[in-house]
Design a protein around this ligand. Structure first.
Ligand code: NAP
Length: 457
């Protein structure tokens, strides 16, 4: 009877995961999707706790209290801007859990595992171990505990491929001689080292792509764990995790017009300058009162948020300015670039936190034809995603990356602190155009002053 209950709970958990994942594809249903997935996880945990193989609940309770305590504290104390490193840490611990299950299974059963389970455990430990150290390095880079730029040395790619080859060699050794402990533990150590050296040369700004790739490895490690310990919900959830992570990495790369191999082996962040900005070109500074007047008497204003809005935590005050303008009869829209910020959906999450209605958010393809009808485009800490060189200059390092065509608006106001460059490190000709005015300062402070100035205009 208990067996049927366990299998039913796994079946329903899997259904909740699939429906939850589907619901995440639209902002209107995303919150519900998260709740459905949470219910699925609860069912899976209850089912697992009733499993006949459990010999003692003591250590499970200890793990639950420690893990729940750490997770709760991280969720409570970490700011929204630290979400990428939080995610990296959760991947690291998930992958470590899969690796430990693999080690324990090998330790307990050794040569008795049989060929199929040895393959499953080999994959589990290989992917789990490299994801663990890779994700720790990603979190450290994102949190500035390590230099964020690419850490490279001569022959690095060859060295990494060599490590991978030795690890795969150990795997084959294990298949030929089942239960060979030296092969297993050598493979484990090399996989831990490989995760570390794989992520070292990747710049912090590329971490979101790497993380979703590592997430996909962690998912596949969980699938392998499911095969190793004959657990259906792990197989299904791990596969969903593995493939959604991979699809997300591909979509992010496409939105940046890069390939996954370029992200992993390219050491991006040390690009050569090939901007179309003419020599001696000057940026035109504009004062706050002029901006307020332009906004107050515009018919349509489009806000274009970017990474700077996230670092300034300016989302609430952007909405306040939007509301003030709407009260004056101005049409307000928000243009969302798929890779604005530093993680997928970064701008959506921040604007949703500030209660900006979804109906005012426009994706790149929807808003671009509307820029010529826009009186003022307000760029809030965005840079690369509005760089016209990506569209007009085939020699630009970001050539081909789809951009928001803000330069086609009648007037462009750029809110940034100074002459700092974006993630790609290249110059942006938009800032030098005649219809562009630069309003220098922290985005949150500038917007707060604009709210007051517009109200008085
Ligand atoms: P960006 O190109 O990184 O530019 C951000 C700009 O914000 C900087 O030029 C900076 O200029 C300004 N800024 C920083 N702090 C600010 C503050 N407190 N107030 C006002 N301005 C501030 O950002 P983006 O346009 O959003 O582009 C995102 C980039 O990240 C793209 O190149 C994308 O390919 C990459 N990326 C994104 C993802 C993703 O999933 N979203 C993943 C990987 C890579 P100042 O220093 O002068 O203020």
């Amino acid at each position: 009877m208990a067996h049927y209950f366990v299998e039913f709970s796994y079946l329903f958990a899997s259904i909740f995961f699939i429906v939850g994942l589907k619901s995440l594809s639209h902002p209107d249903t995303a919150r519900r999707g998260m709740h459905l997935a949470e219910v699925g996880m609860l069912l899976a945990i209850i089912g697992t706790l009733l499993h006949k193989d459990i010999v003692s609940y003591y250590w499970i309770m200890v793990g639950l209290i420690i893990g729940g305590g750490i997770g709760g504290a991280i969720a409570h104390f970490c700011p929204m801007t630290a979400l990428p490193q939080q995610t990296a840490l959760s991947h690291a611990f998930g992958a470590l859990a899969a690796t430990l299950v693999g080690i324990s299974e090998f330790h307990r059963h050794g040569a008795e595992l049989g060929a199929a389970k040895t393959v499953a455990i080999g994959i589990e430990v290989l992917l789990g171990a490299l994801t663990t150290t890779g994700s720790f390095v990603a979190a450290a880079k994102l949190h500035d505990l390590m230099p964020g730029g690419p850490l490279t040395f001569r022959g690095q790619n060859a060295f990494n491929l060599g490590l991978l080859a030795v690890a795969i060699g150990c795997f084959i050794w294990l298949l030929v001689f089942p239960g060979a402990a030296p092969a297993f533990y050598l493979m484990l150590i090399i996989a831990f080292i490989f995760g570390f050296t794989l992520v070292l040369p990747i710049a912090a700004a590329d971490m979101p792509v790497v993380m979703s790739l590592l997430n996909s490895y962690a998912g596949l490690a969980a699938t392998a764990t499911g095969f190793a310990i004959s657990n259906n919900v792990l197989i299904i959830a791990g596969t969903l995790n593995g493939f959604s992570g991979f699809i997300l990495s591909v979509l992010m790369c496409r939105a940046m017009n890069r390939s996954i191999t370029n992200v992993i082996f390219g050491a991006f962040g040390s690009v050569s300058e090939t901007s179309t900005t003419g020599p001696g070109a000057e940026m035109r500074e504009i004062n706050l009162e002029d901006v307020a007047t332009q906004l107050a008497y515009a018919r349509q204003v489009v806000f274009v948020p970017g990474y700077g809005m996230a670092t300034a935590q300016a989302q609430h005050v952007v909405r306040e300015l939007g509301d003030t303008l709407e009260e004056r009869g101005v049409t307000v829209k928000y243009a969302i670039h798929p890779v604005a910020g530093r993680m997928p959906g970064h701008m959506n999450v921040l604007l949703a936190e500030a209660d900006v209605p979804y109906s005012q958010l426009y994706e790149l393809e929807q808003i671009n034809p509307d820029f010529p009808n826009t009186d003022v485009a307000v760029v809030i800490g965005a840079n690369d995603v509005v760089n016209p060189d990506a569209r007009d200059n085939p020699k630009s390092p970001i050539a081909g990356m789809p951009i928001l065509d803000v330069d086609r608006a009648r007037s462009v106001i750029v809110l940034k602190r100074g002459k700092g460059r974006g993630f790609s490190g290249i110059e942006n000709p938009l800032f030098f155009m005649q219809n562009t005015g630069m309003l220098y300062g922290d985005a949150k402070a500038s917007l707060a002053r604009l709210v007051q100035a517009v109200a008085q205009a």
